[in-house]
Write a protein that binds this ligand. Structure first.
Ligand code: LLP
Length: 414
């Protein structure tokens, strides 16, 4: 069931009416459903039940400590890309041994912190990174477990900024160079081959590119086996899309059904790194209308959340459903843009939507905002960010308090 739905004319998260929540925690605020988060995690987990698998939640999609803790307690590992995400994961109680470290630009200090913590593996993306891993591991008297992120040169039909599996991108080691690279790892004293990895993009709504890229990975896996290089794990990255508007992404069951036949014969552990699928639909951005502005050319609902709170529409032209929290004046819908208070024309959350003309003070919810919402927010225009709230049934908990004006200048000197 959806985590956000109308009951007696009021939009609720689980059993909690959002108007009540807004009155007590203020707006804008991010609202997450515990049931929604764990429900999508469980769906993926059961879809892959037939394989020895590990779900490493992509922390960049939502790095709230409380959410990481919930997922960690369910058995999720984490996919991280920075020392900050490692710190958050450890603070949330996730065992280091279930953390994989992705990213093209790990510094010596990132590598040191991860080695000292004892993470499961580094997903390495270049020869210079292998050198750095070997050098830093050597200086600590440790051996770094390494998977190579392969760039399979497969196009995924997603936004240019979130497509990462074509050879023109900065990501991964070219498919054609991969065998040599694995051979070379054997000459490093402080590296241990762990697995093979890919991540071809995000918000992927069709199976073909994922299956094709996984087949390429499997082909390499078998070639390596023939050479006596035995891998412990295949990591197929994240990327499974969700429905924001009218997309029809594959379900976890369809995703697994297409991939298991390719992966099962390899006889190793599968790692997946989903972010959006787990956190996306579990979150909404709750915002209050400041003014309804009619210019004669267009109508604007000016709300108290802006591109600093949710940048996806301005950055990727992304569609997020916007719903009035109260259904009172349904029926009289007019076309409007939902815009924030920031001084940029790109500061919009929704365009040309049919919504009831709001009164100042009315509430709106921007749906599917649990992934890449708060994590990509900023204080642009010196706007303190609102609270993050976790709903469980009829109850809720503020899991990050709203920022104050004082927070805005923390660490600064006159
Ligand atoms: N693994 C790696 C190595 C990644 O780079 C990513 C996302 C994921 C896993 C998780 O992908 P997901 O399952 O969430 O699609 N800000 C953009 C999305 C950027 C994704 C970056 N990498 C957005 O708002 O759409």
């Amino acid at each position: 069931m959806d985590s956000f739905y109308y009951r007696q004319g009021k939009l609720c998260c689980e059993e909690l009416p959002l108007d009540k929540l807004a009155d007590s925690v203020g707006t804008p605020c991010y609202v997450y459903s515990k049931g929604g988060l764990l429900g999508s995690y469980n769906e993926l987990d059961s879809a892959f039940a037939g394989l020895d698998h590990m779900i490493c939640f992509s922390v960049k999609s939502n790095s709230s400590l409380a959410l990481l803790k919930l997922l960690g307690e369910r058995g999720a590992g984490m996919d991280i890309v920075s020392s900050g995400e490692l710190y958050r994961s450890l603070r949330a109680g996730v065992p280091a041994g279930s953390i994989v470290y992705s990213g093209v630009g790990k510094t010596d200090s990132d590598i040191r912190y991860a080695l000292e913590s004892g993470i499961l593996c580094f997903n390495a993306e270049s020869l210079p990174e292998l050198e750095a891993l070997d050098r830093v591991a050597g200086s600590l008297g440790k051996v770094a477990p390494v998977s190579l992120r392969i760039n399979p040169d497969v196009a995924s039909n997603t936004h240019e900024y979130t497509s990462t599996g074509r050879k023109e991108t900065k990501f991964g080691i070219p498919f054609t160079a991969a065998l040599d690279c694995y051979r070379e790892i054997r000459s490093y004293r402080n590296l241990r081959v762990f697995g093979i990895d890919m991540h071809i993009g995000s918000q992927i709504t069709e199976l073909e590119p994922i299956v094709l890229a996984t087949e390429r990975l499997a082909e390499l896996f078998l070639r390596l086996s023939e050479e006596g290089i035995r891998l412990e794990a295949v990591d197929i990255g994240g990327g499974l899309g969700i429905r924001y508007h009218d997309e029809t992404p594959p379900s976890p069951a369809e995703y697994a059904k297409a991939l298991v036949p390719v992966l099962k014969p390899l006889g190793c552990r599968l790692i997946i790194e989903p972010g959006r699928y787990i956190s996306g639909q579990a979150g909404a951005l709750l915002t209050r209308v400041i003014y309804f502005k009619e210019t004669g050319v267009k109508n604007f609902a000016v709300v108290d959340a802006g591109m600093n709170d949710l940048i996806r529409p301005s950055l990727y032209n992304s569609y997020h459903r916007v719903l009035p929290v109260s259904e009172d004046n349904k029926g009289r819908a007019v076309s409007m843009d939902v815009v924030g208070p920031i001084c940029e024309s790109g500061d919009w959350l929704a365009k040309d939507r049919l919504l009831p003309p709001p009164e100042p003070g009315d509430l709106m919810a921007v749906l599917s905002a649990g992934a890449y919402g708060f994590t990509m927010s900023s204080n642009y225009n010196s706007r303190p960010r609102g609270a993050e709230v976790l709903v469980d049934g009829t109850g809720y908990r503020v899991i990050r308090r709203a920022e104050t004006l004082e927070d805005l200048v923390r660490g600064e000197e006159l």
